[in-house]
Structures are given as C-alpha cells and as structure tokens.
Design a binder for this molecule. Sequence first.
Ligand code: ADP
Ligand code: ZN
Length: 731
Amino acid sequence: MSASLIATVAVAAPLEKSLSYRVPEALRSSVQVGVRVRVPLGRRTAVGYLLALDEGDPDGLKDIAEVLDRDPLFTPELSAFYLRAAAYYLYPPGEAIRTALPSGLSGRDSDITILNESFYHPLEKQGVPSGGRQKEILACIREQGEVALSALRERFPSPYAPLARLCELGFIGEQEREKIRDPFLSAPLPPDTCVDLTGDQQAAVESLVSALASKSFTPFLLHGVTGSGKTEVYLRAIAQAMNLGRRALVLVPEIALTPQLVARFRARFGGGGTTIAVLHSGLSDGERYDAWRAIARGEVQVVIGARSALFAPVPELGVIVVDEEHEASYKQGEGFRYHARDLALMRGQMVGATVVLGSATPAVTTHQRALSGQIGYLRLAGRVTERSLPKVELVDMRGEQGVGALSQPLTEALEANLLRGEQSLILLNRRGFSPYLLCSDCGHTFRCPNCEITLTYHQRPRQLRCHYCDFQVTPPELCPRCQGDHLLPEGTGTERLEEELTALLPQARIARMDRDTMGRKGAHGQLVSQMEAGAVDVLIGTQMVAKGLDFPGVTLVGVIQADSTLNFPDFRSAERTFSLLTQVAGRAGRGERPGRVLIQTYSPEHYALECAARHDYGDFYDQEIVFRQELGYPPFGYLVNLVLAGNDAGKVSASAQNLADALMEQSPDVDVLGPAPCPLARLRGKTRIQILLKSAERPSLRRLLLALPALKKTVVAGVSLAVDVDPMDML
Ligand code: ADP
Ligand code: ZN
C-alpha cells in the first residue's frame, strides 16, 4: 500500500463535511488548491472545490474525475475563511463556496469563455520603422507604455499588419492577457477634488493609518451624518493601504445605486497605476469570471462591490470598508444566509486587516460594540461644510382631512419649492398604484393564490401583482364575490402618488424611481443624470431614493406614511424606520441652499420619528437599547431562526412541533420560542412555520446548533428546514 496524493474537496451538494478523493496520476500536474474539480458522488458526479492536498492512504477513496480550472479561484487562506463562514451559518461548505464564487461557475458549465486581449509594449530597440502607419502606431505605444489592441483599433483603422511588422522588427512586444471589460470603468474619468481634512477626519485617518501599520486586525465604526466626510476618510485609508503594498475591498449596499461613490473612487485612484474592479450585477458571467481571476492574480488594488464581493480573492488585504454598514441588504435572505458586515469582521480577523464600518445611523449592535470598546469608535461630528442639517417637521396625519396622500403642509411646500425652481424628493416606500383593490359593496379584496398576501394593484399595465412571488393577474371588471362594479383602489403607492402629483402640479417635471420604473438597464443612471442636470422638479420613489445619492439641488424632502415600516412584525422595525428617515432627510439641503423635510405620520410621538426629526442618533440609541435589553434581543441576546416549509400544512406543523420538542429537551438554557406561523405564513404555495432560538450567550446556542443535524430526523420528507443565524428579519 503506497501513499498517494489525497485531495480534500468541498462538494457542491448538501453535505455537512468535505470529502476526500484520490488524485489519479494523470491529474497530478493540474491539481492545486482553489480549482474546481469534478468528482464522483454516489451514482452521479458533482462539482467540488479543492481545499487541500496531502499525501495519504488512498484506500477506499474514489478518484477525482476531472480538473475544471487552469488557475485557482481562491487561495488556501480564503478556503479557510469560506469554511469558517459556512460553519458559522451552518451551511454546507461546498454550497457556501458555490455561493461565494462568481455566478456562472456552478453546475456543469466549465466552459467559461475567457476573453483574451493582446497588449503591446515598446522594446529597447531605438529608431523608427519606415512605414508611415507603423511610425504612428509605434509613437502611440511608446507614449503610453502599454496599449491594448482594442484601444489601437479605435485610433487606427486596421492596425494588424503594421503591428505584426513592428513585432517582427523588434520595436514592440506583444502579450496576451485576459481582459476585464467593465461598463462602470469605461466612462470618462471624473475630476478628483483635493481637500484639506477637517479635525475629525484627520483624527479618524490617523487612527486608521496606525491600525494599518500594525498589520493586525483592527475594526472601527466610522460614525458620521451624511456629508460628514466619511467617503474621504475611506479614500485616505485606502491610499495608505496601497502605500504599504496592500489592497482594499469596499462593500456598498447595492452597487447599481451608488454610481456617485464609484465615480469618486475612480476619480481618486483611477488615474495612476491603480486598477479598480467593480463587481456588479451588470457584468456577464464571463466578465465576472475574468475580473475574479485578475483579482486572484493580484492585478487589482481596489475591489468595489455589493455583499458577495466580500468573498473576492484579494491577496494581501489591508483594509475592508463596509459603507452604510447598517443596511439590511448586506444580509443574504436565502440559501447561504450570511451577513457581509459580520463576515467582513471575520475575514479581517483572519488576515489581519483594518475594517471600517461606516454609517450615519449605525446598527444598534454595532454602536453598542463601539461604545463598549469591542471595536474602535471614530466620530465625525458634523457636516464638513458650514451647512446645517435640514429642519425636519413631523406632520400629524391624524388631523388631516385631505383627499389624497399629500397633506396640506407638504402640498404647499412642494408648490413653493417649484416656484423657486428648486428640486424636491418624495419617499413613499410602497410601489404600485395602491396596496389593494377593494370591493366597496362587499369588502372583497384579492389575495395571492400562492402567498398569504394581498395583491398590489398596478395601473400601467393594469394588473394585480404579488410582490413576493411575482404572481400576476388582470383584475376583473366586476367583483367575483358580489358581482358589483365598485372595485376601487385603496391606499397609495408610488404610481398613484405620481398621478396625484401630476394633477396637483401640472407644470412640474415629475419622475419616479422604484423597481417598476428602474427595470430597464441604465434607467437608474439616466434618471440620476437628469436629477443632477436639474431636468426633474420632483422625484418620487421608494427607499431607492434614500440610498447613496447626493443631489445638491434638492431642498425639500417629503415622506409619506413614515409609519409603514414601524408596523412591521420585527424587533428591528424602529431601527429601520429611524435609519431610513434619517437617511432620506439627509438628502435635503446638501447644496448651497438650506433644506427642509416634512414627514407625514400617524405616530409622531414614537421615539424613532421624534429622534429622526431632531437628527439625534444618541437619543434614539439610548431608548432603543433599553427595549432590546428588556426583551433580550441583540446585542443582549443571540438569535437563530429555524423556518420549516412545505406544501403539506399538516406535515410542516407536525415536524415543527417535533423539532421544537427535541430542541427544548436538548438545551434548557436556550429559549425555544414557537413553533409559530411565520408572519408570511404562506409563501409561493408553501406553508411556513418558525422556531426562534434565543439565548443570552452564544456558546450555549452554538452547542444546541451542533446538535441540530441529529435532530433533523424529526423533520419529515417534503418539509424543508432553513437555518438563519443572526436573522435580520423574521418574515
Ligand atoms: P459622507 O461620505 O459622510 O456622506 P463625503 O465624504 O461624501 O461624506 O463628503 C461630503 C462632501 O464634502 C463631498 O462633496 C466631499 O467631496 C466634501 N468633503 C469631504 N471632506 C472634505 C473636506 N475636508 N473639506 C472640504 N470638502 C470635503
Ligand atoms: Zn405570491
């Protein structure tokens, strides 16, 4: 029995552990950590990720069937991180890695097109060739140092023959490389602004510089209102990391919504020898794969992207920035339910990086960590310029008798703003025409046949739609229950608000930003440019308008139904409401003129609204933390939500009860709450029941979770069990 090369492989299948395979002689030269392999699994084959190679006993092991990548997709350091992340979220390691790697790699499609491009560079040889075209092209290459074929083709009609001749003569060299194409990066380079740091910024940058110098894990909260100069601090920290020969990873909540931030990074770093990669959903699979591999080769210094960019194989990572760290979109809601901010801290700890969590309204849990000294606290106290924060007024809707969604004070303010030629922004966090269609004769409403949700009425095109499963149906003319003809839209969504506003201000140029109007590629960027150019007077939108945008022309912000998020069945509803209102209020008065904010609400005395109106994060935190402590919610307790779902309601509830009983027996020091129907008790045709595990300390919760695989036998076939560690919502 001789020793063989043994590979540890995380197979992309619902397995709790990695598996070992023998590396056959023929594949010895092509295996390495970080490549994908095809391996036998039962009677089929599956894709897996190669995590480690060791000499060992091959007895009883099957052979790797095929190696799918020439170059590794991740380093051994990253495979350790992927595994730890998978373990933390109790997710099968192979499936976690599949989620972490760029999409388009999974399954059997190993034939990713790699787009190669030729680059030309000058060689030592002096002098000039005789041909006129050759001379021009050589001059261009000498001037720029290195030029891509695509760039040469733009300037010279058919450069092929002269290029071949120049190579032959030894004037230039040619190198074939994978090319990264990126619409974000091909736009003209915006101008950079050079600023002197404020005292607060200076102090923050100094802390970050010394953290970077220490090369050990140092996490910080960077807390400052919008316009306080956080982005400038990120830019300085990244510049310093690069000075030290290290690289940066920047996470943003949603890349498509942050064109202005990307532009500032390009303005600062795009000119010199720095390469920025922007990982966003607009990339094709091939482009994302190309970018990923360029990152793995160390050719990219700054990677910007949404939550999944956290897994990018950036070597020698010096700093991780998580902008708007409180944003819910950092949590993946399905499958591998990771939180990118929390994993940023884990990765930072594993590689000795500085981690900066930036926010105007930090998550209560993050702020508590900063106050208790678990992470550093960097505070930017005010706005950079003298500009004061906008004046915020709460409009009590309980006394309002108006017909539409707009109160008298907001209507007047909008009219006055239009007369002054200034821009306004209105937030209504509900798309569609109206939340439901109601028969005023018999009270009938329309529900989704798959979900326990009322269907939202859309006027153009005329449809009833489920916002959860995308079920759509054309509404009938007559009520299906009483045959009456009084089906009326109830309540207001953005589509209806636009109509109401058009009637009210016929001379205004009104635009709408929500998922219905922003579906087309490029639509968002176009609307942002129109706003910047002053071609829009009033912009209506869902929470999309509150995020990441900076329109200096906006002097009035209105919020309709500010309580809508407050009434969510979720312990974070106050935090969410406070942060959304603060964020949208921060959109007013970022230019020369002062801003004004009107918030319409039915609960003006609620502390989330009242503190948002005063721009008082500290007071909000003080009140919220008391509530969290009383109920043992984070940061005073740790939660894991178990969601059981299936088509057969009886099976789901029996399984849930059995699982809950088994859990209770297992661990007396963890609260097992439920089973109870999820707030969305039916979704996409499935009945859903949840069990919430709550504990004052993590270790006992972890112990219980380790027992979970054994307890899973209480869940019968046809019922799925999803584990959500540190859930961000419990719908
Ligand atoms: P935040 O990220 O906190 O919203 P920014 O970094 O975007 O804040 O800064 C807000 C505005 O102020 C930007 O236009 C930025 O260029 C400018 N700015 C930032 N720091 C300074 C400074 N020290 N002096 C002058 N202007 C600054
Ligand atoms: Zn539905």
